[in-house]
Write a protein that binds this ligand. Structure first.
Ligand code: C5P
Length: 221
């Protein structure tokens, strides 16, 4: 099964407040992008990688891939205004014969190969897609302004992460529109069957400075 990765790294990262886009903020002595890129490159599951870079940061992304010796990077494209646009632009670089596309956020640097293995293996079982998921430990409520509308049954809720894997043609067909917060939502809305597999608590998403410090601490431990 041929698997290509699309690495979404084109976000501006406004909540980090710096001058650089999020994928290029420092994590240790490398840009954040380096961690997920080198881990995907080292994965035996992945054949090739398309990096989706922020506008104006394509060349630094290519140079970084070269510096890290990431020989699987096949293309680096400029991202769009939303994550869904960026993924679609990356997906356009994946050749038609490729069976599976794995979409990963550069904002989640601590990618373990076991997670890649779990989402890809699910597609071998006949699912249209697979996402890593974690149970919800807090009670979650639906609200309308200041008023609580209802309390949701926690055992039916999951927090989902990336990497998310999909049958390439299913994702291509589903990813129309710009407002999907993850690729799975687009595939679900198109009627696709998406499996949840075990996620990884360390695969946290970097949104602000505190997240960056937590990830740096995990890397140094
Ligand atoms: O902004 P947020 O943290 O939700 O973004 C999740 C991932 O999607 C990040 O890795 C970010 O670089 C990527 N993204 C993108 N293009 C956008 C917005 C976000 O590739 N326009």
């Amino acid at each position: 099964m041929s698997v290509w990765a699309v690495l979404a790294a084109a976000g501006s990262g406004e909540r980090l407040g710096g001058k650089r886009p999020k994928a290029f903020v420092r994590l240790g002595d490398q840009p954040l992008l380096a961690e997920s890129l080198s881990r995907l490159d080292a994965s035996a599951w992945i054949e090739a990688i398309v990096v989706v870079a922020p506008p104006g940061w394509e060349e630094p992304a290519i140079l970084l891939a070269e510096e890290l010796g990431c020989g699987k990077v096949s293309a680096c494209v400029t991202g769009g205004p939303t994550r869904a646009d960026s993924v679609r632009l990356g997906l356009a670089e994946v050749p038609p014969g490729v069976a599976v596309v794995l979409v990963h956020d550069a904002a989640r640097p601590l990618l373990e190969d076991s997670v890649v293995g779990r989402v890809v293996a699910a597609l071998g079982e006949g699912w249209d897609g697979a996402v890593p998921a974690l149970p919800v430990s807090d009670t979650v409520k639906r609200v309308d302004g200041e008023r609580v509308v209802e309390t949701l049954p926690r055992d039916q809720l999951r927090v989902v992460q990336t990497p998310q894997a999909f049958v390439a043609d299913v994702l291509r067909g589903a990813l129309t529109g710009s407002d999907w917060t993850d690729c799975s939502a687009a595939v679900e809305a198109a009627g696709g069957r998406v499996k949840i597999v075990e996620g990884d608590p360390r695969l946290l998403k970097i949104t602000d400075e505190a997240d960056l410090e937590r990830v740096a601490a995990i890397l140094n431990s």
